[in-house]
Design a protein around this ligand. Structure first.
Ligand code: F6R
Length: 368
């Protein structure tokens, strides 16, 4: 059943190229992005003047990435918040606000209530969901289904990368409706997204290396994660996987926050996993992160660096290096998250835990 794998999660990690490809399939028709079920008119989409993303846990991390992509492509302001906070506040919404509710199960109580809270204030709601006909898509004005297939492992893996792809579709649909990108640019971005599964396959070829890294780190007391820009949500997701699977203290920081406190945590031997941006992307992001690695290395951290293949600059400061295939900045999370999923699962396995059924967790959180 686990397809010859030690645990389901590994099988599901390997299904990510398919999950992303299946999620994108059918969304480009005659050069236009289309959603699955839509009770929103083009005019409704054009009238959107603010986007609010709500979700929990891993889905929330995918939503953080939505903010980078949607703001970049549409110039619309995007806010993102965990559903359990959003629903008890008085967020400022009206009929031109688009609320994107992201939920694998489509039944998460807080996300559902956040959606209802938004609808009471006349906001439009678009769901991103992996479960056909679940409550969240039923109560939404529009849906994009992630076609990741059923996820057996309690920890979300393939549904996360599929959610990222779906979030980017929302960004492209908005850019198209609002005309912030020319139609051919939208198509080009879509095709780039369509090429991402190939890059994920390349990462999966190094699965053995990621597993070995996990075994090396299995005795650690804690692991820190650092990222900047889209690497920051990746770091958060890596830390969450490690907490839930390996019951290990794991924390992620925006790399720029190091000097504002977290650097005090660095002590000799402490593993710090760093998500390095491409040297071909924004130079400032790369150079800032490089100096962050030097700072923590100088204080004795054991650095585990995820960097683009061929990036020589990181080598002197990386105790362990995991190479990522080259890919555009916004898409890098699709490849960078994969080794972190594997490392977390492998640490859990090395510690003797049930990777597919971590303690205290349920697949669908229908109570608050
Ligand atoms: C983490 C995980 C949870 C879920 C969260 C939201 O691996 O699985 O953090 O992401 O409970 O669940 P859904 O997406 O079903 O709303």
């Amino acid at each position: 059943e686990k397809g010859g794998h030690d645990y389901f999660m590994l099988k599901e990690i390997e299904e990510q190229p398919t999950a992303i490809a299946d999620t994108l399939r059918g969304h480009l028709v005659d050069g236009r992005i289309v959603l699955d079920e839509q009770r929103l008119t083009d005019q409704d989409l054009r009238d959107v003047d603010k986007v609010f993303v709500v979700a929990c846990g891993t889905a929330y991390h995918s939503g953080l990435l939505a903010k980078y992509a949607i703001e970049h492509w549409t110039r619309l302001p995007v806010e993102i918040e965990v559903a359990s906070e959003f629903r008890y506040r008085d967020p400022v919404l009206d009929r031109s606000t688009l609320v994107v509710a992201i939920s694998q199960s489509g039944e998460t109580a807080d996300t559902l209530e956040a959606l209802r809270h938004a609808k009471e204030q006349k906001a439009r709601v678009l769901a991103i969901c992996n479960t056909n006909g679940a409550q969240i898509p039923r109560e939404s004005d529009a849906v994009i289904y992630t076609h990741a297939g059923p996820e057996i492992g309690v920890a979300a893996t393939k549904t996360f990368t599929a959610q990222v792809a779906a979030n980017y579709l929302v960004g492209l649909a908005l850019a198209q409706a609002r005309g912030t990108k020319y139609p051919d640019e939208v198509v080009r971005e879509f095709h780039e997204l369509e090429a991402a599964p190939k890059a994920v396959e390349t990462v999966l070829e190094s699965l053995g290396e990621a597993r070995a890294l996990g075994q090396l780190l299995a005795d650690s007391k804690a692991v820190l994660f650092l990222g900047r820009h889209v690497g920051y949500p990746v770091a958060l997701e890596g830390a969450l996987k490690l907490k839930e699977l390996a019951y290990m203290h794991a924390e992620a920081f925006a790399a720029g926050e190091l000097k504002h406190g977290p650097i005090a945590l660095i002590e000799p031997g402490l593993p710090v996993i760093v998500v390095m941006p491409s040297p071909k992307g924004r130079a400032v992001l790369h150079s800032k992160l490089l100096s962050n690695i030097q700072e923590i290395k100088a204080r004795g951290a054991r650095t585990v660096v995820l960097a683009e293949a061929g990036d020589e600059t990181v080598k002197p400061f990386a105790d362990h290096l995991f190479e990522l295939p080259p890919i555009s900045t916004l898409l890098q999370p699709l490849v960078a998250t994969v080794p972190l999923q594997v490392i977390a699962a492998e640490i859990a396995r090395a510690r003797g835990y049930d990777v597919d059924k971590p303690r205290n967790l349920a697949k669908s959180v229908t109570v608050e």
